[in-house]
Design a protein around this ligand. Structure first.
Ligand SMILES: Cc1cc2nc3c(=O)[nH]c(=O)nc-3n(C[C@H](O)[C@H](O)[C@H](O)COP(=O)(O)OP(=O)(O)OC[C@H]3O[C@@H](n4cnc5c(N)ncnc54)[C@H](O)[C@@H]3O)c2cc1C
Length: 417
């Protein structure tokens, strides 16, 4: 019999425990959880609905799936994906995830939970949720699978240190010596490995919104623009998508993606910098063409503008270009038009900090991927020590990709053990 200790009763730890115990009913599998109960974070994911994975249709360039899990999965087969395609959703860890997702991908996840009675729906934005819209259904399913497999759970039990000889010190100074340890303690917890010589990539937050100094922009809070392109001045970081203006600055999918791509750079700059906004996500030539059509209409600037931009936002942007909204298009002249084009395609705002996204953020950093065997997720330095979930230097943009990384890494560890 083998004895396996899984440290961390979150998504990755519990999934790994459930899978190992079903593969090896004769093994002794124990989950140590520092908190008072298992999967406290999983229970609040997706606003309590649990965005468990994503169809990956956007990443695969496939037609959108939905609303049910597709029976023909060839268009979203992750085995054909390149690591560079995956970088758009996994800014860190895409190469590793490419390998792991090929073995345990999005539909393997829905099949696993489906076999245990959970039905799923694919939203229009390709995020996958349980039909029950209840994260507790996922929590209860994992708890049941662990119970059925005879997994021993110790809550309120904190792992303090792991030794190079695979010894494990827990709260109360007891020392355990299992055959294998799975570290699944989540983001920001890798310091548990201090003293092992295992390289850790420093933790910084990812998935946050940006505080903007400019009051005029903040006064437009509640405004949504469907398709903008954001960038960070002086860098190659950029992201497209929906932008939401808030009373502190900018939020919405485009901002969260940018914060994820540039997480480390922004942390190094103290979350300061210059945000570049292309309000129409269009080239200069196409914006000039659209404005030229409007200028022939004989109407005022306020009365005729691109449909993507609300009246309030349009007047504000015209003001930034030094143009009074009541002026007629024909009166702007080439200089006025050029100023307006410039604001529309390369507007810029001072970033003065970061704010959390609805209490949700993910940690970028953790155990360096150089430290693990990519096939098994076992430590190169300490044989018998495995890693699953956010403790690894792997993280994703929003959309169910972070939990999918937890399932894929945990499944890989369970099968490597
Ligand atoms: C509010 C919120 C909403 C989210 N929503 C989504 C979503 O809808 N979809 C999505 O894909 N991602 C979402 N995420 C991200 C997702 O929850 C994480 O990526 C995922 O939980 C990581 O799983 P994990 O098991 O690696 O870590 P965790 O879920 O953080 O679990 C780690 C566990 O280890 C325990 N632990 C830590 N240190 C020790 C120790 N020394 N000893 C013993 N136990 C320890 C912790 O108490 C914790 O229970 C959300 C995150 C937040 C904060």
């Amino acid at each position: 019999m083998r004895e396996v200790v899984i440290i961390g009763g979150g998504a990755a730890g519990c999934f790994c425990a459930a899978e190992v115990s079903s593969l090896h009913p004769d093994w002794r599998v124990t989950v140590l959880e520092a908190g008072p109960r298992l999967m406290a974070k999983l229970a609040v994911t997706g606003g309590g609905r649990c965005n468990i994975t994503n169809s990956f249709a956007d990443v695969c360039g496939a037609p959108p799936c939905g609303p049910s899990v597709p029976s023909d999965r060839s268009a979203t087969d992750l085995r054909r994906l390149s690591a560079s395609a995956l970088t758009t959703v996994y800014p860190r860890g895409a190469t590793l995830l490419r390998q792991l997702l090929a073995r345990f991908g999005q539909w393997d996840c829905t099949d696993w939970f489906g076999a245990r009675g959970v039905a799923f729906t694919v939203q229009q934005d390709q995020c996958v949720f349980p039909v029950s819209q209840d994260a507790m259904q996922i929590v209860r399913t994992l708890e049941r699978a662990m119970r059925d497999g005879g997994v021993k759970v110790l809550c309120g039990c904190k792992a303090e240190a792991i030794g190079p000889d695979l010894s494990l010190r827990i709260s109360g100074s007891a020392v355990l010596r299992p055959d294998a340890i799975v570290l699944a303690t989540g983001g920001g917890t890798a310091r548990l490995l201090a003293g092992t010589g295992i390289e850790l990539v420093p933790d910084v937050p990812s998935l946050f919104t940006l505080k903007i100094a400019e009051e005029g922009l903040r006064s437009l809070m509640g405004t949504v623009v469907e398709n903008v392109a954001l960038g960070l001045a002086g860098t190659r970081f950029h992201a497209t998508g929906t932008l939401l203006l808030t009373d502190w600055g900018v939020s919405g999918p485009a901002t969260l993606r940018l914060s994820s791509y540039a997480a480390r750079h922004l942390a190094e700059c103290g979350w300061k910098g210059t945000l570049l906004v292309n309000w129409l996500n269009a080239t200069e030539a196409s914006v000039r063409e659209r404005l030229a059509e409007m200028s022939g209409s004989g109407r005022t600037v306020a009365n005729s503008h691109p449909a993507e931009l609300s009246d309030r936002l349009w007047k504000y942007l015209a003001g930034r270009a030094g143009i009074a909204p009541e002026r007629r298009w024909a009166e702007l002249g080439s200089k006025g038009l050029s100023r307006l084009v410039n604001v529309l395609i390369s507007d810029s705002y001072e970033i003065c900090g970061r704010a959390r996204f609805k209490e949700e953020f993910v940690t970028c950093g953790g155990v360096s991927l150089k430290e693990i065997h990519p096939d098994t997720l076992e430590s190169r330095k300490i044989p018998g020590l495995y890693f699953a979930g956010e403790v690894l230097d792997v993280d994703a943009v929003t959309g169910g990709y972070n939990l999918q990384a937890a399932w894929s890494t945990a499944w890989t560890v369970a099968h490597s053990l």
